[in-house]
Every structure is written in C-alpha cells, then in structure tokens.
Design a protein around this ligand. Structure first.
Ligand SMILES: Cc1cc2nc3c(=O)[nH]c(=O)nc-3n(C[C@H](O)[C@H](O)[C@H](O)COP(=O)(O)OP(=O)(O)OC[C@H]3O[C@@H](n4cnc5c(N)ncnc54)[C@H](O)[C@@H]3O)c2cc1C
Length: 378
C-alpha cells in the first residue's frame, strides 16, 4: 500500500519509477501497451542535463545508440542572422544527445526489470479516484490498486485527461524521418526557421534525423511525396550546407500543439511529463522537462515522511517547485514558434538582429544555451 503507482511506462513514467526506487520509495507501474509492443519512430534530442539524470540512475551507461551534438547552427531562411553554439565554448562534452524514442524506452524497460520494479504491461488504466487517505486506480480489466500517491505519466492520453488550462493548436504538423546527406555531419545540428515553421536536422548515426514542421495541410502533402520529390523539396527548403540530400526513410507525421494541463489532479494524484505539459518540439524541451518532473517528484517523496507521502502539503510543494521551470520552457518554446513562423518583414529583421546579437555576445549565448541544457534554473 505504501508504494507509489505510476501510470504509464513511457520515458517519463519509467524514469519516475527508477528515481523513486533509487530514493528509497517503492513504485509499481501500470502500462497500457503490451510488453512486446513497438514504440513509435520519433527521435529525441536529450539535453546535457537529462544525461546527468540518466547517469545518476545508471541508465546512461546502457544507452548504446546515441549521437552527441557538439555544435548547433541556427538560421532563418531568406534573411540575415546566424548563431552558432558549440559544446567546446560552453565547456560541456556535448550540447545534447540524439537517440531514438524506441531505443530509450527499451533501455528503460530493461532497467525497470533489473531494478526490479513491478511493471504490469497491457493494463490500460480507466479511472483514477482521488481520496483523502489514498487514491484508487482502476484498470480496464476491473483490477484496482490503492496508493498514497499516483503519478500520472500517460502522455496526456488517458481517459480522464482534463480540459487544459492553456492550449494552443499551432495548426502545424511535424514530418519526421531520417535522411542521409553528401557531407558528414561532424556532430553539427541545424535549426532553420522558415515562415512555414521550423525545421531541424539532428545528427544521428551516420545521417540526420529530420523534423520538418509545416502548416498541417502542407505537411501532409510533403509526407506523401515520392522519395525523389521529397529529397528535392528538402533541398530547396534547407539549402546546400550539407551538400545533396541523398536518401530518406519513410515519413511519419505528428500534429503539434501546446497544452498545459498542470500537475494538480486531486488529492493524492499528480501529473508529470507530457500528461502535465505538451510542447512543440522546436526547442527539444518536452522530454527534458518531463524528466526533471520525474526527478524532482522522487526527491520530494524521499524528503517527505512516509505518513505525509502524497498529502496536500507535499503536492503543493511539488507544484510550486516545478512551476518556474515548466512555465519558462513553455513560454520560450511558444515564443520561438510564434516569433519565427511568419513572414512579417519587421519581425524578420528583428529575428535577424536577435540571432546576430546572440552570435556577437558570448555571455548571452551561454545564458540561452545553459537554459536549454539544464532548464530555467540552469
Ligand atoms: C515529432 C516529435 C519530436 C520530439 N522531439 C523531442 C526532442 O527532441 N526532445 C524532447 O525533449 N522532447 C521531444 N518530443 C517530446 C517527447 O516525445 C515527449 O515529451 C515525451 O515522449 C513524453 O514522455 P512521457 O513519458 O510523458 O509520455 P509518452 O512518451 O507519451 O508515454 C506515455 C506512456 O503512457 C502509456 N499510457 C497512455 N495511456 C495510458 C493508460 N490509460 N494507462 C496506462 N498507460 C497509459 C502509453 O502507452 C505510453 O507508454 C518530441 C515530440 C514529437 C511529437
């Protein structure tokens, strides 16, 4: 009964359970997917701060298939202004790390099994009932569990997801695939802002992971192009910095929006990760914030006497402690999307000046980079 129930074994739920156990708090995980289900094909860029959390959990050493980002080139199409970030200049081994969502989920699954932490696969949670002494979780098969604290890490896909406090539909969709280019990436990522939406090339193995954002109808058209048409369109969109685009894997699409549901659900229930906030992937912040949610919740649980675990005071302290980081991350991401996804001349010039200023002022650049690596308290 004194174990924390975590709903969802996505990356945030899995990290949450591992962090709780490391802090001496027992956890049980309920996951809707079958144990052998394949995770989706998205690519994640982990910030350096996220690596530090995975290291503390002993998970990082198991991650085999990871490509470090040592430089980032930021530009806008058809206008002045370029900024370059470099790991060396900032004194860190890498600005971030690129890996597939599926690989990370698999590594975390093994870590959960070896911990050992009880994970029930193929168990979609249908109802979560807040309560004074304990919350009650009911699965679709009718089984129930009671716990002093339930951490909802269902990615916002649960049946009881509330009306968000703040939501914005960018009417944009991300086209995601992997591409190969004529020139080697040398650890460099590209973030290119265009009036239709941002596009990112993240170094991954010997090629790139591409996240190409466009207005939804246009993105669906792009995703349906033949390989040759797609590569030609990408070449026009990105230019020739990496030589020719040579090959692309099948394209997948993800509709993009910003949703802030908040962490408070009711007595003894808290939301973490995408269940609490879903961000546009432009700044690669979503999972990184979710990971800090999971880590901070575990720390707070460890610092709370067993009798007060999951109580009102603890949940208030958690919500208060996470507000600044989350609101700053949401605000920064939302600002980037709105500021850069348009072709208003005055804003185009302002953006160019902003990128030039960032390039010319190393302390400002270091400030921005640190916040992207470690969050608002970086
Ligand atoms: C195209 C794209 C690119 C992205 N790139 C980045 C990036 O570069 N960097 C970054 O930090 N973030 C990125 N993100 C965001 C990142 O993918 C999410 O922040 C992250 O996956 C959130 O993890 P999570 O565990 O909270 O939720 P999820 O990954 O959605 O996992 C939720 C889990 O809960 C389970 N579940 C759902 N409902 C139930 C239920 N009722 N009962 C039990 N289990 C349930 C699901 O099966 C799943 O396993 C990107 C997102 C997109 C769409």
């Amino acid at each position: 009964m004194n174990e924390v129930i975590v709903v969802g074994a996505g990356p945030v739920g899995a990290v949450s359970a591992l962090a709780l156990q490391q802090h001496g708090v027992a956890a049980r995980v309920l996951e809707a997917r079958a144990e052998d289900a394949r995770a989706d094909t998205r690519t994640l860029a982990l910030a350096h701060g996220a690596r530090l959390i995975l290291e503390r959990l002993g998970v990082w050493a198991r991650v085999q298939d990871v490509t470090p980002i040592t430089r980032i080139h930021i530009s806008q199409r058809g206008a002045l202004g370029v900024t370059r970030l470099s790991a060396e200049a900032l004194g860190v081994p890498a600005l971030g790390y690129v890996l597939s969502y599926a690989h990370l989920t698999e590594v975390l699954k093994q870590a959960l099994a070896e911990a050992p932490i009880a994970v029930e696969y193929g168990v979609p949670v249908e109802r979560i009932e807040p309560g004074i002494e304990a919350a009650c979780v009911q699965a679709a098969d009718g089984r129930t569990w009671s716990a002093p604290l339930v951490a909802v890490a269902d990615g916002g896909r649960g049946t009881q997801t509330p009306a968000p406090r703040f939501a914005h539909d960018y009417a944009q969709t991300a086209v995601v695939c992997e591409v190969r280019t004529e020139l080697a990436h040398g650890g460099q990522a590209f973030e290119r802002f265009t009036p239709e939406g941002p596009a990112a090339l993240l170094p991954k193995r010997d090629g790139y992971a591409l996240v190409w954002t466009a207005a939804s109808a246009e993105a669906m058209r792009i995703a349906a192009l033949s390989d040759a048409e797609f590569l030609a369109a990408l070449q026009r969109h990105f230019g020739g910095r990496q030589g020719l685009f040579l090959a692309a894997t099948p394209r997948k699409t993800f509709p993009l929006h910003c949703v802030y549901a908040g962490r408070e659900v009711g007595a003894r229930v808290v939301r973490i990760g995408n269940a609490a906030q879903t961000l546009h992937p432009v700044a690669g912040q979503g999972f990184n914030i979710g990971l800090r949610d999971a880590w901070e919740l575990a720390r707070l649980c460890a610092d709370t006497p067993a009798t007060a675990l999951g109580g009102e005071a603890m949940l208030h302290a958690y919500a208060r402690g996470r507000r600044f980081d989350v609101v700053a991350g949401l605000g920064f991401t939302d600002f980037l999307v709105r500021m850069f996804s348009n072709d208003v001349a005055v804003l185009r010039h302002a953006r160019g000046l902003g990128l030039l200023a960032l390039e010319a002022l190393p302390p400002l650049k270091a400030f921005v980079a640190r916040r992207m690596m470690f969050g608002a308290r970086g």
